[in-house]
Design a protein around this ligand. Sequence first.
Ligand code: FEO
Ligand code: CA
Ligand code: CA
Length: 681
Amino acid sequence: MSRESGDNLDRNRSGNLPMASVMDLYLSRRSVMRGGLGAAIAMVAGGGLAGCFDNTSAKQEATSAAGGKPTLALGFQSIPGSRTDGCTIAAGYSAYVLAPWGTPLNSAGAAWKADGSNSAADQANAMGMHHDGMHFFPIDGSSEDGLLAINFEYIDQQALHPHGPTVDASGKRPAEEVRKEINAHGAGVVRLKKRDGRWQVVDNDPLNRRFTTASQMDIAGPLRGSEHVKTRFSPDGTRCRGTNNNCGNGYTPWGTYLTCEENWPGIFVNKGTLPADQARIGVVTSTGLYQWESAAGDSSEVADEFTRFNVTARGASATDDYRNEASTFGYIVEIDPYDASTRATKRTALGRVRHEGCCPGLAIAGKPLVWYMGDDSNNEYLYKFVSTAPWDPADANPTDRLATGAKYLDHGTLYVARFDADGKGVWLPLQTATPTLAGSTLGALYSDLPGIILHTRGAADAVGATPMDRPEWTAVNPLNGDAYLTLTNNLVRSADRADHANPRGPNLHGHIIRWHDSDDQLSFTWDIFVYGANASGSSEINRSGLSELNQFASPDGMSFDSRGVLWFETDNSEKSVAGYTNDQLLAVIPTQLLGTDGKQVAVNGQNQIDLRRFFVGPNGCEMTGITFTPDNKTLFINVQHPGNWPFSDKATDATPAGTRVRPRAATVVIQRVDGGEIGTA
Ligand code: FEO
Ligand code: CA
Ligand code: CA
């Protein structure tokens, strides 16, 4: 999320305090800390981890010469931090910019103009602002021709318009400016081809397209047709307009993209009494973040395009106004990148929160499919969705991808995680019969499944989920199915509300937690994989023994590649680490971090050389999005909200004195100079 416009306020009033109190009966938190990481895991997790991270088979697969496979090992040396306006990268690699904000995708969009004067229509046909999650979809399996599906998280109004946003004397935003802002949000699909060894955007490719905060979309799953999503635009509650604040992403085994709606509530305003779901998720009552609602009534307004951002109940019924417009946001949205005739589809069964990331578990024939999802605000929860239908590998190449999406993503169970002090955890189903801590049921609280989904956070409160330190991306190890979650930080967690899954209060640096689900999907075992920290931090802060060569804070974007290398990016706001380095990309191979018993261990003082800094972005940026070509020879990452880059190759300050540079988020393409696979030997 942006540091400027993000909203991760603590709106959790549940009082859920899951496990610290239990564990403290036996062991003070300080004694866990003093024991160091290994001791802490042993004490906190007990025997739970032994079975969980039994990694023998994966280790053998990764290293067995007899199996004909090369040893899996990082093939680069960690690089020092950097605080320049350029990228720094490990030796032997190259990096270049591709498709920055404003790059036209077709002939309807004019070339990007450095003075900010592109029109709203230009913006609707060009790369949006603030690149975030993305996924590479190969054409016919190629690693040199494919579609990049990508999120555009939010806007920088100062950079978007020639002189920043304006408001007229009556307090109204100009319609053209509002449309340009609406069109700069959302997601996109862009055809990329490698020519002469270098990736390029294929201008005017028929598969190039944009999804903005105005694009018509279908509502699918439990909310489809329900009273909660009927509006003047869609009286039958089957359609909606737009996706917004698309941050992390996911994908499916049948070749579709999942874009996740994160800090969308701010675009709405409700000047009446907030319903419970809007209060819990953070709809505001004074004025929308960008005042889009103020353009309502403009003589050029079409189909309530601005009116809809005012969700105050004003008409006789829900189909007379837009009181339900905010109920059409907060979802996982499925996009078929391979078929430009399809509409994006909101898969409401996966819950309604501030979604960040939606990583699939391993697709195993005959077993349900699983997606893991964070809700990024202070003290919010980790969720997962388990399909009702077991995975049929014949569905990997369907003729109708969104019909396959309906099969697996519209019917299933949404769960929320409770991390217990003994290193185990429980997935609590958000269903009508689920008992609440107060002795009721979710059905009694919210009537039915659509009601539960609408109030996902409230339902999770009621069943006793564990409040986490801002759950961001999830990732699943292809070698063993272990799942990982970045917990970026939590500045409002007080020390007395620290627990074993979120043991630092406040948590300035963030950490990465991992777990392994039971076969029945109802429980898991967990440990903390690595703690962010400054290298000079005390032992209570620097619990993973990080050095200057891998210190980091605020882990956020994260993905495994197909070989089992875990890559994670940072959105740092901790001043000690930020004083040493700009945001970065690090890599580690979890299945190679083994204890003397051959089982996986966390990053610690003995193995931390295996957690390595690979790339550092330019001043002011946050590293977001990560995806690979099938051959792992191209790595795409995004540089979001750079201070003033790309502009110059100067080593320090890229902005010539006295000039202003309009910053452009961009995708960065990383290749190995010798053409080999990224990151490994
Ligand atoms: Fe958009 Fe949670 O970062
Ligand atoms: Ca973030
Ligand atoms: Ca993020």
